[in-house]
Design a binder for this molecule. Sequence first.
Ligand code: IPE
Ligand code: IPE
Ligand code: MG
Length: 227
Amino acid sequence: MASEGPRARHVAIIMDGNGRWAKAKHLPRVMGHRQGVEAVRKLVRAVEAMGLECLTLYAFSSENWKRPEDEIDDLMNLMRKFIKSDLPEFIANDVRLKIIGDWRGLAPDIVAMLDDALAQTAHGRHTLAVALNYGSQQEIARAATAAAAEGEITPESIAAHLDTADLPPLDLLIRTSGEVRLSNFLLWQCAYAEMIFTDVLWPDFTPAHLQAALDDFAGRERRYGGR
Ligand code: IPE
Ligand code: IPE
Ligand code: MG
């Protein structure tokens, strides 16, 4: 049963399906994103009780700039609102916010809000890592460049320069909405991660779904190439 197997320290989620959720309900796309933020909020409140050290969420990819401008505006405005409304709760609940990706390339006011949120949550015990303007190939290229500047390029020297260098190894990757691909997310970190792909659309994803994924994970045998 759940408690017998490995316990996940670090879970990452590709939060996908907001658009399809809205479409199925004949709602504007932005409503799917709004409901997606609600799902994030509920999940963040629940992870402490689940014993996770780190939850990493894919919120905006470096490829999402290809979307129509009004959708990008909606997503950025939701981000602004979310940081403002939920920062006090992060502080109260001992959440350490971390941002991965090229987030300094976002709008200056968002960068300033994030800088402030990072400073105010720096000593939290549970990490919520949010991937913003994130692309894994870009992250690896940046890390390899930094590693080369210091000396030899090795798996260890690259890993030490990834945005996730200070996080526990990735145990479990979950993607919602039925798509079975990584979409440029944590390619390096997924080397030995377990994976779960679910048809649930992100706005419908609840803490119970995460618990079910953790139970599934606990039943898996990880071999890392050994036997
Ligand atoms: C995920 O939902 C949210 C982001 C990528 C920002 P989508 O907007 O990709 O929803 P679908 O895949 O079109 O249903
Ligand atoms: C991945 O979802 C990015 C996020 C969830 C933030 P996409 O919806 O952008 O991925 P593709 O385009 O289906 O691969
Ligand atoms: Mg999608």
